[in-house]
Unconditional design. Structure first.
Length: 289
């Protein structure tokens, strides 16, 4: 009975915990496959920049329409697109490399967003935007997350082979029987899905935590296999368990829910880096020994 009270009762007795669990599991299923492809492409910094780029758009929408779900979603997507385009412009026509351009724009976007929200919303609204409040999820937000998940899963299933090849060898995708336009469309669709999922995750986890549930489980899974077909479901399982355990931790220990979920996911990634089957500290020491 004590085990039930600790592990199941919060979700059985409280509607807000049920909604939070549904949203967290949906984000895990939707965003983690994209996190796997991000790690394959070595573009986690780009994802971090885009997650921070959402903030100024959300802040502008907050000024205009208050805490409107659709206004903040649209504002976040538009500004993220603008930041991505500006980063591409800087890397192509200046001496800046990708990492420097995205670092520059990330810092500007984060500072601008925090400043704008602080001017109108105060510390409470700022904390809500930065760290989210998954326990306060309402039905419109739930349907937004579910819709993004459905679009993501169907699109990833249709483009799975292209996305895998593009992650390992982008040049091969362009020349091995695939039209150059097809390769460009694959990258465009991937970035569009990434931005949609970051906006959906922002509603629950905040701009600073949105990327955590995507990337950390993907990093953890890569220490258990080199086969992407195995990495994908393992990463989703890590994300789902992190969402469940993080919500329980936040409930019983009175911790912020978004950071608690990301902390659990980070702990799983560190554990995997130390004791995983491939590429971990343990496996490397065992091979050397």
């Amino acid at each position: 009975m004590e085990l039930y009270s600790a592990l199941c009762a919060p979700f059985a007795e409280y509607a807000f915990m049920k909604r939070a669990l549904v949203v967290a599991l949906t984000l895990a299923v939707s965003g983690t496959p994209l996190g796997v492809f991000m790690t394959l492409r070595r573009m986690t910094l780009v994802g971090d920049a885009l997650s921070h780029a959402i903030l100024p758009g959300v802040a502008i929408a907050f000024f205009v329409a208050g805490l409107s779900l659709w206004a903040m979603t649209l504002g976040g997507v538009l500004v993220a697109l603008a930041v991505a385009g500006l980063a591409a412009l800087l890397t192509r026509y200046t001496t800046l490399k990708d990492d420097a351009a995205f670092a520059l724009l990330t810092l500007i976007a984060l500072a601008a967003g925090v400043t704008l929200i602080s001017l109108k919303g105060g510390s409470v609204s700022l904390m809500h935007v930065l760290f989210g409040n998954i326990l306060a999820i309402d039905m419109p937000t739930l349907w937004l997350v579910v819709s993004v998940c459905a679009v993501t899963l169907f699109t990833v299933a249709g483009l799975y082979r292209r996305l895998v090849i593009d992650g390992f060898d982008r040049d091969f995708l362009r020349i091995a029987g695939t039209a150059r336009r097809g390769a460009g469309i694959t990258s465009f669709v991937f970035f569009a899905l990434l931005m949609l999922n970051l906006v959906a995750a922002f509603q629950a986890l905040g701009t600073l935590m949105a990327l955590g549930l995507m990337v950390l489980p993907a990093l953890a899974a890569r220490f258990w296999s080199k086969n992407v077909d195995f990495i994908m479901p393992v990463a989703v399982c890590f994300a789902a368990l992190s969402a469940y355990a993080g919500l329980l931790l936040s409930f019983h220990a009175a911790l912020p829910s978004g950071p608690a979920i990301v902390l659990v996911a980070g702990g799983a990634a560190v554990f995997s880096a130390l004791f995983g089957r491939t590429g971990s500290v343990r496996s490397t020491l065992f091979q050397q020994g």
